[in-house]
Design a protein around this ligand. Structure first.
Ligand code: AMP
Length: 215
């Protein structure tokens, strides 16, 4: 399986990536999660990326493409396929991805565009909390963990992302409209896009994605 999940922040890409990984065993590749682990490990790449991420801006294409190209060439990804979440986020990144996949002769099975209204996204991001260790995602109101600030799955502490603050959320949504919405147009031209209504229960959305991809 080789698919791309596209959609504004908070639309549920991470949750759907988790569900697809569980069912189909492809490797989840989230550019945002990779940046966050680089930041946590205090690498040069992490320090640089943090300056952009904290402002809700995109990390420059060059470093992002290089970082993802390295992951895409791993033996595990070549064998099991991938679920890309958060990459590509610009048309230049999409063109670079097309080239990478052509080089390894592994075309995409589909691009899933998950769509919800902007106000729903803001409400979701404003209450989002995540696990520092396993990446599980909760919401203060709609999906609270069983114990406050502790992950149900791995008992690690939960946290609010620095970039889930109201003014950064607004900037990320603006950046999505300006830079990432055109990525959907790029893949429309290649006939790869499946549009999914993301404003429903995650399991229902998942069922739609599975059907839309003919899995
Ligand atoms: P995410 O976890 O996908 O919401 O990503 C968090 C932040 O990481 C984004 O707001 C960007 O600052 C940065 N980021 C993630 N993926 C990319 C990408 N493909 N290109 C540039 N910046 C990215």
């Amino acid at each position: 399986m080789r698919i791309v999940l596209v959609g504004p922040p908070g639309v549920g890409k991470g949750t759907q990536s988790e569900l697809l990984t569980e069912r189909f065993g492809a490797v989840p590749l989230s550019s945002g999660a990779i940046f966050r682990s680089e930041i946590e490990a205090r690498t040069d790449l992490g320090e640089m990326a943090k300056r952009y991420i904290d402002q809700g801006r995109l990390v420059p294409n060059g470093v992002t493409i290089q970082m993802m190209a390295k992951r895409m060439r791993s033996a595990e990804v070549l064998k099991h396929g991938f679920i890309l979440d958060g990459f590509p986020r610009t048309v230049d990144q999409a063109i670079a991805l097309d080239q990478m996949l052509e080089d390894i002769e592994q075309p995409l099975d589909g691009v899933v565009s998950i769509e919800v209204d902007a106000e729903v996204v803001v409400a979701r991001l404003s209450g989002r909390i995540g696990c520092t260790r396993c990446g599980a995602i909760y919401h203060k109101v709609t999906k609270p963990p069983k114990r406050d600030w502790i992950c149900d799955q791995c008992n690690s502490p939960l946290f609010v992302r620095d970039d889930d603050q109201p003014e950064t959320i607004r900037e990320r949504l603006r950046v999505f409209d300006e830079n990432t919405a055109p990525v959907i147009g790029h893949y429309e031209e290649l006939g790869l896009v499946r549009r999914i209504d993301g404003d429903r229960d995650p399991e229902v959305v998942f069922g739609d994605i599975v059907r839309a991809l003919g899995l």
